[in-house]
Design a protein around this ligand. Structure first.
Ligand SMILES: [Zn+2]
Length: 167
């Protein structure tokens, strides 16, 4: 979504005609409970024309596709091993099954608990962070969800945290 009604909030040098309310009024149109159901909430700055002329990133789309296919295969094989072969992706795992497939290492678990308190995560939000962390570990080719994966998954929920702080 745009950051505000005029679409320019947060742009360097721009001040909305309605002031900060331009962004807060617009963003509050998405309710907290709806936003809580979104796994990844991040702010993206507008693309500048100068960015379009930069050399392409080192990892091609084809390279990324290979990594994603491998991560999906890991998920599929894990579910088969656990006797729930009708499931394919982490997105389909809930409750106790989700807790069974995530099980972060000690440091990851501590970070998760501290962050849940500090960010005021709901039970749903907590599970969503775990699920994203599981997928990040799969993309990394790891069986164990580590602190690094939890930290990255938490960083993708910054937006909701700032919404709640502003409300
Ligand atoms: Zn605006």
């Amino acid at each position: 979504m745009n950051p505000c009604k005029c679409g320019m909030a947060g742009e360097p040098g721009h001040t909305c005609r309605k002031g900060p309310r331009c962004a807060s009024d617009y963003q509050q149109r998405i309710s907290g409970p709806l936003l809580d159901r979104m796994d990844i909430q991040i702010e993206l700055p507008a693309v500048k024309i100068s960015d379009l002329t930069l050399p392409a990133s080192k990892e091609s789309s084809a390279d990324v596709a290979v990594r994603v296919a491998a991560a999906r295969l890991r998920q599929r094989e894990r579910f088969v091993k656990l006797g729930v072969g009708h499931l394919r992706l982490n997105a389909e795992a809930d409750g106790t099954l989700l807790e069974e497939i995530v099980q972060p290492d000690q440091a990851g678990l501590k970070l998760m608990r501290d962050a849940a308190d500090a960010m005021g995560l709901s039970a749903r939000g907590y599970h969503r962070v775990l699920r994203v962390a599981r997928t990040l570990a799969d993309l990394d080719g790891r069986d164990q969800v580590a602190r690094l994966h939890i930290a990255e998954a938490l960083s993708y929920r910054q937006k909701l945290a700032s919404f709640q702080a502003a409300a």
